[in-house]
Design a protein around this ligand. Structure first.
Ligand code: ATP
Ligand code: MG
Length: 441
């Protein structure tokens, strides 16, 4: 700009006038507020003393700012030009905006088309770059009551380095099987299996191919999950309370067209409380809601629901277990698993030997205290039968006790009556009861 050249010349002339180097001792600077001015350091301020030609504008830490009439005049021209320029620029921007607004709808629909292409490309990329390509699911209308996945995989786990993923199947059908209770050792693959199912159903609903060999999926109205034990102190909820609130939300919003995933329930309270709540929820799922549901649990007692409701199928994740080791096979098979292997996991996690020994000792005592002493190694269904028969005998004995009129008996007579009842129960040969009665010795 011509004015800027003139300003540079004015600098040179002022420098010459003051007998200093332009750009070194005397500098030209420009701010939005003041426009152009000269500047010397505070140390060089003495150069200006007695120089009437120069007007000091302000003295700041950075130096003394000043000008002369020539610079003042040029600066006014410069500021005028700048303000004109700003005005013209505003007009240009306004014109550009007016034109752009005309294209707003087009741009918006372009935006949406690009977003769709972006999502579909991402689906295609995920489907083709997986270790085994995803397949197109067969989608059935809501209410058809079918969920069939053949060799379903977890898309994130199978992508991990060094993982050789073991696929599994699932088949749920309204009127046949609606609830799968999944048991099995820690690290056995229960959570991964349930998540793989939920993920495939989800992916199918958002229009993606699914990580299966074959998939038939009825549309669901929602996928409701209770997984993990993430605390939520910020919301003022304890671990257990959060679990209860989430589960309550699930059972209140589910319908027979929902898919429910409950990955363990009732861990943050006493075993009996937890087991009872989990049991009641499982029964409610199958009996009242009739939603498709996967329910993983370490409360093996719950698996007996399958004997009561034909819509319940027990599944377990298989593992090869020796005294000290546990090798998960990640295969989901029919039937319940009747044992936990928590101590095996603790051993794999390298707990100190003394802690493990102590834990095994407590485990033995606790299992025997529940009447398991003689039936602990029984096959699951036999164990269940012994417990159910034992429960019935206990109910009978309680009825007999109720009939005893202790007001008409001496302490010795009551004691002897109790002994008789005890012997009578022992003579039934029920091993569950035998274990329980021995523990009362
Ligand atoms: N089908 C599979 N194929 C290969 N690896 C698997 C498979 N399923 C699970 N895994 C691996 O095993 C790990 C543990 O699995 P997961 O968390 O599902 O076990 P879990 O049975 O839920 O254990 P817990 O009872 O302790 O919750 C996963 O992080 C994953 O690395
Ligand atoms: Mg788990």
């Amino acid at each position: 700009m011509a004015v800027e050249e003139k300003i540079q010349k004015a600098l040179k002339s002022a420098a010459h006038d003051l007998g200093v180097d332009p750009g070194k001792t005397i500098k030209l600077e420009c701010t939005d507020r003041l426009g152009y001015f000269y500047k010397v350091t505070l140390k060089d301020e003495k150069l200006l003393r007695g120089q009437k030609k120069y007007h000091i504008m302000e003295a700041v830490r950075a130096g003394v700012r000043f000008n002369d009439d020539r610079l003042k005049e040029l600066n006014e021209d410069y500021l005028d030009i700048c303000s004109n320029y700003e005005e013209l620029q505003k007009n240009v921007v306004k014109e550009v905006m007016d034109v752009a607004v005309g294209y707003a709808d087009t741009l918006r629909s372009l935006n949406s088309s690009i977003a769709q292409v972006d999502v579909l490309t991402a689906f295609a990329h995920a489907a083709t770059s997986a270790p085994i390509p995803f397949v197109k699911p067969k989608i059935l209308p809501e209410g058809s009551g079918i969920l069939k996945l053949v060799r379903v995989r977890h898309p994130c786990v199978e992508k991990q380095d060094g993982v050789s993923y073991i696929p599994n199947n699932i088949k749920l059908k309204q009127g046949e099987t609606t609830l799968n209770i999944i048991t099995g050792p820690n690290m056995g693959g229960k959570s991964t299996y349930m998540r793989s199912v939920a993920l495939s159903v989800f992916l199918a609903h958002i229009g993606s191919f699914v990580p299966c060999d074959e998939a038939e999926i009825s549309l669901v109205d929602c996928i409701l999950t209770r997984v993990g034990a993430s605390d939520c102190e910020l919301k003022g909820l304890s671990t257990f309370m959060l679990e209860m609130v989430e589960t309550s939300g699930i059972v209140r919003s589910a319908t027979s067209n929902s898919l429910i995933i409950i990955d363990e329930l009732g861990r943050g309270t006493s075993t009996y409380d937890g087991c009872s709540i989990a049991w009641a929820i499982a029964e409610y799922l199958v009996k009242d809601l009739k939603s498709f549901a996967l329910f993983a649990t370490h409360f093996h007692e719950i698996t007996s629901i399958a004997t009561k409701f034909p819509e319940v199928q027990n599944l377990h994740v298989s593992a090869v277990v020796t005294k000290d080791t546990l090798t998960p096979l990640y295969q989901v098979k029919k039937g319940p698993c009747d044992k936990s292997y928590g101590i095996h996991c603790a051993r794999i996690a390298k707990f100190p030997a003394d802690v493990l020994k102590e834990a095994e000792e407590h485990q033995r005592k606790l299992e025997f205290a529940n009447g398991m002493k003689y039936i602990n190694d029984f096959e699951f269904s036999l164990k269940r039968k012994a417990i159910d028969d034992g429960d019935e005998l206990i109910a009978n004995i309680l009825k007999k006790i109720q009939k005893i009129d202790e007001t008409k008996m001496s302490d010795e007579e009551i004691l002897s009556e109790m002994e008789n009842l005890r012997s009578e129960q022992l003579s039934t040969g029920n091993l569950f009861l035998k274990g329980l009665l021995e523990n009362t010795d």
